[in-house]
Design a protein around this ligand. Sequence first.
Ligand code: ADP
Ligand code: MG
Length: 369
Amino acid sequence: MNDFSVHRIIGRGGFGEVYGCRKADTGKMYAMKCLDKKRIKMKQGETLALNERIMLSLVSTGQDCPFIVCMTYAFHTPDKLCFILDLMNGGDLHYHLSQHGVFNETEMKFYAAEVILGLEHMHRRYIVYRDLKPANILLDEHGHVRISDLGLACDFSKKKPHASVGTHGYMAPEVLSKGTAYDSSADWFSFGCMLYKLLKGHSPFRQHKTKDKHEIDRMTLTMNVELPDSFSKELKSLLEGLLQRDIDKRLGCKGQGSDEVKEHPFFAGIDWQQVYLQKYTPPLIPPRGEVNAADAFDIGSFDEEDTKGIKLTDADQELYKNFPLVISERWQNEVAETVFETVNFEADKTEHKKRAKQKKLYDIDEKGI
Ligand code: ADP
Ligand code: MG
C-alpha cells in the first residue's frame, strides 16, 4: 500500500471503493480497486473476490489487450484486497448515453469494434465475460474504451458454466435457462443487446421501462425483436445475427468466433489492425475535470456500522494467502515507460523541479478530498 499515493475516490462497487492512485517510484497513474474483507465475509463473497483476481490475472498476462481493464498488481492488507488496474478516467458508456443521448450507427460502430477486440481476447483464453452492458464499458481521457469489472467472468476451458448470472435485459436465453451449459455464445447475445441499447436507449427486451425482471427474462426467451426501419440493412442483419435465440445460428457461435462478427457487412471497410492500434477517432471525448459519473455524491459512502459485528479470523485470512501478484511484464513496461520520461526530464532540470513541486502540491490536495 505504501508504494502508492492514493487520490480521490472514483467509484464504488459491491465490496468497496475504487480510487485514483499514483505509483510512487515511477509516477504512473492507476486505479486502485479495494474490496473490504469484512464486507466480503458479510455477503459471503469470498469466491467472487478470488474469482476476480484469477480472471484478472488470466486476461492481464501474455499479449497486452488495449480493450480490457487489466491488472498490474494485486496485494492485500489485514482489512482490504487491492487490485491495481488500468485507469479509465472518462466515465462509463451508460453515463455517456444518458448525457449524449442515443448514438448513431457510425458512433456505435466505433464502440462495437473496440469491444469486439476485448471479447476476442477473453474468448481466446476460454473466458466468458457474462456481464456485457454499457455501464461496464469505461472510457479513457481520449474516448477509447475498455471492458471493465471481471467479477462475473468465468473460465470455461475445463467445465462450462450453467449458472444464471448477469444483468436482466442482457442475459442470453441459454444463460436464463436453468441447467443449460453455455460458453462464449452468451457474450455475443449480450453484445447484441448492448449495441441495441446504444442506438435506442433501452435493451431490446426491456419495454416501457419495466422493472419487472421476470417480464424482461420472458421477453428474452420468447420475443422476436422488431428492428426499426431507420436501421440500415447491414445493421439489421448484424443485430438479427447476434440476437438469435438458437446458439448454432448466432453470429460469433458458428465455429469462427469473433471473425464471424468482424467479417459481417456492417463492419465492411473497417481495418481491424487500425482498431487494435486505437487509430480510429472516438465519437465522444469525455469533458476534462468532470467526474463523468452519475454525480460524485451518488458515490455515497458505506455505513461502517454494517460490518461492526464481523470479525476476521485466521481462517478468513488463510483464504487470501495466494492473493498477492505482480504481472511481471506489465511491471517491466511501467518501468520502461517511466524511465524514458525521466531521461527526457533530466534534459531540463528546472522543469523537473517545477513539476516535482507541483506534483507534491497536487498529491496533498487530492488526499485532502
Ligand atoms: P464491482 O465489481 O463491485 O461492481 P466495479 O469494478 O464495477 O466494482 O467498480 C465500481 C465503479 O468504480 C465502476 O462503476 C466505475 O465507476 C469505477 N471504476 C472501476 N474500475 C475503474 C477503473 N479501472 N478506472 C476508473 N474507474 C473505475
Ligand atoms: Mg460493477
